[in-house]
Design a protein around this ligand. Sequence first.
Ligand code: SRM
Ligand code: SF4
Length: 566
Amino acid sequence: MDERLENQNLSEDEHIKNKSDFLRGTIKESLNNPLTGALDPDDIKLIKYHGSYQQYDRDLDSERKMQKLEPLYQFMVRVRAAGGITSPQQWIALDELSDKYGNGTMKLTTRQSFQFHGILKRDLKLTIQAINETLLSTLATCGDVNRNVMCNPNPYQSEIHEEVYKLAAEISDYFLPKTTAYHEIWLNKEKVAGATDVEPLYTEHYLPRKFKIALAIPPNNDIDVFANDIGLIAVEENNRLKGFNFCVGGGLGSTFGEKATYPRLADIIGFVEKNKVIEVAETVIAIQRDFGNRQDRKNARFKYTIDKRGLEWFVNELHTRLGWEIESSRPYNFTTNGDEYGWVKGTNGKWFYTLFVEHGRVKDEEGYQLKTALRELAGVLQGDFRLTGNQNLIITNVEEKDKEAIESILLEKGVFNNPKHTGLRKNSMACVALNTCGLAFAEAERYLPSLIDKMDEIMRKNGLEDDEINIRMTGCPNNCARSSLGEIGFVGRAIGRYNMYMGASHNGDRLNTLYKEMLSEEAILEEIEPIISAYSKEREEGEHFGDFVIRKNIVEITDRPVKVLS
Ligand code: SRM
Ligand code: SF4
């Protein structure tokens, strides 16, 4: 074992990684054990690096217990698609897989990935193989490594978008684990005799915790760049990509009652030329590898490494390791962290349609046949599908002559110009939560739509039905739908009870703060009605809701702003 780690009181996860033989563990044997639908406990942790979580159907839990059955174990599988780009052929294949092995739905996640739920152990390998056959992968979508790299998905806006996307894909590939365990376990590749794994960056210990990178192109912050361990803000010069403002130390998860855990936005430490970005990112990751907390996972994210040692210490360490200093940051301006819906003509003359997908769940319901519509559309689409960081979908590169056909497919299935899609709803996000997420205290994705129905009545009464207030709900403070960046944020405390937060900026550069705790639906509506009414009457020209509640002292402004090093 590495000398630095030998004398530390390492967390259990560290021991599991260290003895896993580069993430192999006994996953193969666990998969073949017919006596249980579950994996061996260590393999449950290791399988995350391969892109899957063991879960169980929480709705059926008490019924199964009464019948003296083990929980209905099932697996979530997350698919890596850097920048969220997939071809129509890949879409069709994934759609088929969700029916064949999953619960018949797909989830477009807040990090531009696909998730399948409800896969049984016996089908897990077949599912992962089939995903790889589409030339997508699940490797490193979870686990203590760099995850799916996010990137502004709007290719129509300028030429630099394509260049930034290519860099996102390069970063995503560059930081993949190098172990061949994935190929051996899932793709039946033989280990070359005598070959040993080498993980030049991660080593056999991997990182202390998950690591996330995202690239934003102003004025859109639709991937919430400051929520990432490394955030890159594109800087243009004469319509060409020059480089990035480099941000470090974002992360939103926390634990109720544990003050040492908190959401934190990334700080801007300077500007880096585009061809140096990977070098700097690799050095940053190595610093977190070497100094991150490996004893307490709740304090192991990079944001805590920075806060514990200080931003100045970190920048010094970075410069020493690089052997050169990064430049001062450049001016930038974000206007929104939301998506721009509807048709937009791209710089290439083709059309792009951003479609609202409520909380990213691709499914069919009566009068709203989204899954069928998208499958049909994939059969005729010449361009590709791009997942947004707000759980939505962009249908890209449509010829003028094909627009009508696309609209009629969507219209026929009830997903085009749906009158329920108000300003509030279209700016809402919710995490998965129940029934699959083992960490959920309360509903999110399955509940927020009905709360919005009720809030929309209030919005309508005040003439605000088209107003874009961003509203986010998560079933726990891990913050997977980035509730801390909601102008209105709800975080589940218990079934039917939420903490309510307000006052985040509309462009994702300011966290919200706590307004009231443990609110029921009735209490939420009672609290929000007078605030919305006041907002409609007393807001200043162009003032966003998050700014209004701070100006009116309804909530305090966050004491954790984004720092900019000069
Ligand atoms: Fe997340 C864990 C779902 C984005 C912070 N997240 C989980 C797990 C795997 C629960 C678990 O550990 O057992 C959830 C699976 C639920 C399920 O049934 O599918 C889960 N996270 C999601 C997704 C699917 C939410 C969604 O509805 O879209 C998102 C998948 C992203 C992807 O494609 O990779 C998702 N998670 C996020 C984000 C948002 C982001 O990255 O921009 C965050 C906040 C940012 C951050 O990382 O700080 C986030 N997830 C967490 C955390 C808290 C980490 C922390 O530092 O404290 C956990 C729990 C953990 O890691 O221990 C977690
Ligand atoms: Fe689960 Fe909590 Fe993440 Fe929601 S925020 S998906 S409840 S871990």
